[in-house]
Design a protein around this ligand. Structure first.
Ligand code: BG6
Length: 368
């Protein structure tokens, strides 16, 4: 059943090229138009929305945080992302012109379901991004985009995350197409890059043997930090969550620019700090993140740096380099998350934990 892997989680990590490719399948037709047949919301209605609110829990929430950057950039519609359990209880401003997007792998998470009901009571349209056919959240929503990742058994979500980000990007591009904020050829260019991602994810998977040695070195540390900026920030949060969930290690993700406002006080001799570096040259934040790496290293941190191949600038400040294939900034999370998933899986395995069934957690939480 595990296809020769020790854990379902590891199998699912290795299924990610196929899963992302299945999410993308058949969405871009011969006339180079993005078609999301599942969206049964009239284009006129999609043109009238003035706000997007993404609501989700756990890893799905982090997928939403990644998606916000792309959706706002492509559609110019303000996009908020909110933890589902916080959403309805604060009397959120939802109107018939709000598009609520829920993200849920299982489609059964009670907190997210309650958010759907609340949003629809306020007259908002709800689109579900979901992996489980016929589950409750899509049934109660106005429309659904299925991620087609196949069953996810490991409690800690992996291919769920990558396919959720991909589906959110399809939705963002579709909205940009309908609302005319991106031209057809721009959308085609981004779609073409998205279609290269499964092969690049495979490249990342093929180059991760040395993460085992890294896990061996680090599995007994008391605490691990993760830093990123822009879309790299939610990647940092997701990297930390994976370690908490399955390795029971104290881990935290921070926006790298926020370091100096507090978290840098946590940096002491030997603490591992993972840093996601934005693509070089095409990204103004690249140099700022390199400075952050220097700052933590000067204070004794062990820096583990995820950086695009060919970027040599960071080499002097990295105790360990994890090379990523080149991709544009918005698509980098589909690559940078993968080594962090594998690292957490390796650490948890070394510590002797049940990776697929971590203590105290359930795959779908059907109580609020
Ligand atoms: C948690 C799971 O309880 O629910 C997480 O342990 C998951 O792995 C979260 O990310 C949200 O689940 P879903 O099914 O709504 O995406």
């Amino acid at each position: 059943e595990k296809g020769g892997y020790d854990w379902f989680m590891r199998k699912e990590i290795y299924e990610q090229p196929q899963a992302v490719s299945d999410t993308l399948l058949g969405r871009f037709d011969a006339d180079r138009q993005l078609t999301l047949d599942e969206i049964r919301i009239a284009p006129a209605e999609l043109r009238s929305i003035d706000k997007i609110v993404i609501v989700a829990c756990g890893t799905a929430y982090y997928a939403g945080l990644v998606a916000k950057y792309a959706i706002e950039h492509w559609t110019r519609v303000p996009c908020e992302v909110e933890i589902a359990s916080e959403f309805r209880y604060r009397d959120p401003i939802i109107t018939p012109r709000t598009l609520v997007v829920t993200i849920s792998q299982s489609g059964e998470t009670a907190d997210t379901l309650m958010a759907v009901r609340h949003a629809r009571e306020q007259g908002a349209k709800v689109i579900a991004i979901c992996n489980t056919n016929g589950s409750t959240i899509p049934r109660e929503s106005d429309a659904v985009i299925y991620t087609h990742a196949g069953p996810e058994i490991g409690v800690a979500s992996t291919k769920g995350f990558l396919t959720q980000v991909t589906a959110c990007y399809l939705l963002g591009l579709y909205l940009a197409q309908v609302r005319g904020t991106k031209f057809g050829d721009e959308i085609a260019t981004i779609m073409a890059e998205l279609e290269t991602m499964p092969a690049k994810i495979q490249q990342v998977l093929d180059g991760t043997e040395d993460l085992h040695a890294l896990a061996r070195e680090l599995h007994q540390v008391p605490s691990v930090l993760f830093l990123g900026r822009h879309v790299g920030y939610p990647v940092a949060l997701e990297g930390a969550l994976k370690l908490k969930e399955i390795a029971y290690l104290h881990a935290e993700g921070f926006p790298a620019g926020e370091l100096k406002h507090g978290p840098i006080a946590l940096v002491e001799e030997g603490i591992p700090v993972f840093v996601v570096v934005p693509p070089q040259g095409r990204d103004q934040l690249h140099d700022k993140v390199i400075s952050n790496i220097q700052e933590v290293r000067a204070r004794g941190a062990r820096t583990i740096v995820l950086v695009e191949e060919g970027d040599a600038e960071v080499e002097p400040y990295a105790d360990k380099l994890i090379r990523l294939p080149k991709a544009s900034t918005l698509l980098q999370p589909l690559l940078a998350t993968v080594p962090l998933q594998i690292f957490a899986c390796e650490v948890a395995t070394l510590l002797g934990h049940d990776v697929d069934q971590p203590r105290n957690l359930a795959k779908s939480v059907t109580v609020e």
